[in-house]
Design a protein around this ligand. Structure first.
Ligand code: GUN
Ligand code: FE
Length: 428
C-alpha cells in the first residue's frame, strides 16, 4: 500500500561539517514523499513523480510548511518529566534534592506507564520520533516505558539505571542485581518491534568499579545493545570522579577501563573534555549528546562543538529533560546556537538540523533506518509550519533562502510549529 505526501521536502545526506554544503542535503520545493508499508519508497520532484502514480492514489498535500525527518533526541530522562523546572541548584545538589526523590516513584509500574504516556505524547507533539531514554534503577520503569512505546509503534531506546553507591538506599542496586535485571530486560525487549536496549550506568560517581566492569561484560555479551551514561558535565562532578577513581587518567578513562566505549556508546554532555578524551571518543566511534538547554539551566558550561568536530566525534542533540527545560528540538537548537555564540563560534542552521536528524541517527548507529529519506528508511517524519505564529509568519515574509528559513524556524520555533508528526507513514 502506497501513501503519498506532497510539499516542500528537506533531508540530509551527510554531515555539513565534512562535505560541501550542497552535498550535505537534498531540498525539493515541491516534492513527493512516497511511502510503502511504512518505509520510504522514493522521494523526488512532484512534477517528475506524479505522472508515474496511479490515478486513484490519494495524495496528502502539506502547504506552507516543510516536510522533514522526525527529530532524534539522543539523551533524555522520562522519569524526570514532572520535575522539570526545579529551582536553584547545580548538578550534584540538584540530583540529591530533586531528582532522587522523584525517581523513587518509578518502582510502581502503573506510575511509570502514566508518565511514559505523557512523556511520549509531548515528544511527538514536539516532532521527536526517536529518543535514547534513561529509566530509573527500577526494572519496572523500563517495562512501563517500553510497553507504552510499543503501543505507539515507536523506535525508542531505553535502559534501567545502574547505581550502587553514593545514592539513597531506596535507589540502589548492586553490581550483580543490576547485571541480572539488565540482562533480563535485554532478553525481553531488545529488538522487540522497534525497541532497543541501552545499558545505563547513571554516571561514574554512582557506580562502583565492579558495577562498571559488569556493565562492560554485559555489553560485550550483547554487542548490539547500547551504552548510555553521563560524562564531564559539571566541574564539581569531574573533581569527585578523580577522587573516586584515582587510577584513571581522566573521566572518560573510567569508562574506557571498563570497556564501555564503542559504536553504540552515547555519552551525555561532555562539556569539559580534554583533547585526549575527545580523541578517544572519536577513535572508538562513540557519540556525545549535546544538551544545551540542560547545560545552561544547571550552569554546567558551554559545550565545545568545534573541539568534538576536530576529533571527528559523532554528536547528536539531547533535551535532557528534566535538567533540560524543553521537549522541543527547535528550542533546543535555539539554545545550542546561543551557547556557541557565547564561545564566539557560529553554529549554522544546516549543522543543527543535521545534528537533530541524520546526525542523531549516526550517533545512535541507526543511519539508513531513521534520520533521513533514504530508500527503505522508516518513514517517521514531521511537518513544520511556517505560519503557526503571527511573529514567525511576519518574519518569514522577509526570508530569502533556505538557510534563513531554517534559522528562523529554529530561533522562533517550538511545539506550535510542528503541524503534524507521522510514525511509519501514519499521522499520529
Ligand atoms: N548525571 C547523573 N545523573 C544525571 C541526571 O539525572 N541528569 C543530568 N543532567 N546529569 C546527571
Ligand atoms: Fe541527563
Amino acid at each position: 500500500m502506497l501513501k503519498v505526501y506532497r510539499g516542500e521536502l528537506l533531508h540530509f545526506l551527510a554531515n555539513p561539517a565534512k562535505v560541501t554544503l550542497e552535498d550535505s542535503y537534498q531540498h525539493i520545493e515541491d516534492g513527493l514523499l512516497i511511502i510503502k508499508d511504512g518505509l520510504v519508497e522514493q522521494i523526488g520532484k512532484a512534477a517528475d513523480l506524479l505522472p508515474t502514480l496511479d490515478d486513484d492514489i490519494d495524495i496528502i498535500h502539506y502547504e506552507g510548511g516543510l516536510i522533514m525527518p522526525g527529530f532524534i533526541d539522543t539523551h533524555v530522562h522520562y522519569p524526570q518529566t514532572e520535575m522539570i523546572a526545579s529551582y536553584g541548584e547545580q548538578l550534584l545538589e540538584w540530583l540529591q534534592n530533586y531528582t532522587f526523590p522523584f525517581e523513587r516513584q518509578f518502582a510502581d509500574f502503573e506510575h511509570g506507564k502514566n508518565v511514559a504516556e505523557f512523556f511520549l505524547t509531548q515528544l511527538l507533539e514536539a516532532g521527536t520520533t526517536t529518543a535514547l531514554v534513561f529509566g530509573t534503577v527500577h526494572k519496572e520503569s523500563v517495562d512501563a516505558f517500553f510497553t507504552v512505546a510499543q503501543q505507539k509503534k515507536l523506535r525508542m531506546i531505553c535502559g534501567k539505571v545502574l547505581m550502587d553507591q553514593n545514592c539513597p538506599d531506596y535507589l540502589s542496586d548492586t553490581a550483580q542485581s543490576g547485571y541480572d535485571d539488565s540482562k533480563a530486560l535485554i532478553e525481553k525487549w531488545h529488538n522487540t518491534d522497534r525497541l532497543q536496549y541501552a545499558i545505563t550506568p547513571r554516571f561514574a560517581p554512582t557506580c562502583s568499579k565492579e558495577q562498571l566492569n559488569k556493565a562492560g561484560q554485559l555489553l560485550n555479551e550483547n554487542p548490539s545493545v547500547y551504552l548510555h551514561t553521563h560524562l564531564s558535565e559539571n566541574k564539581d562532578e569531574i573533581a569527585w570522579v578523580s577522587e573516586l577513581f584515582p587510577n584513571s587518567k581522566n573521566y572518560l578513562d573510567v569508562y574506557d577501563q571498563s570497556k564501555l566505549l564503542g559504536r553504540r556508546s552515547v555519552f551525555a554532555h561532555g562539556v569539559h573534555l580534554h583533547d585526549s578524551e575527545c580523541k578517544r571518543l572519536g577513535e572508538t566511534d562513540s557519540a556525545i549528546a549535546f544538551c544545551p538547554s540542560s547545560n545552561l539551566f544547571l550552569g554546567s558550561g558551554l559545550f565545545n562543538l568545534t573541539q568534538a568536530q576536530k576529533f571527528d566525534v559523532n554528536v547528536g542533540y539531547g533535551t535532557d529533560i528534566g535538567a533540560g527545560t524543553t521537549f522541543s528540538m527547535l528550542r533546543t537548537i535555539n539554545e545550542g546556537y546561543k551557547t556557541q555564540q557565547l564561545r564566539s563560534d557560529k553554529l549554522s542552521p544546516f549543522q543543527s538540523f543535521y545534528m537533530s536528524t541524520l546526525g542523531g541517527a549516526v550517533a545512535l548507529d541507526l543511519e539508513g533506518t531513521i534520520g533521513n529519506f533514504a530508500k527503505g528508511a522508516e518513514a517517521d517524519f514531521i511537518v513544520l509550519d511556517y505560519h503557526a505564529t503571527p511573529l514567525m509568519k511576519r518574519r518569514m515574509q522577509h526570508c530569502k533562502n533556505l538557510s534563513e528559513k531554517l534559522f528562523i524556524l529554529s530561533i522562533l520555533g517550538d511545539e506550535r510549529h510542528v503541524k503534524a508528526t507521522h510514525i511509519m507513514g501514519e499521522r499520529v
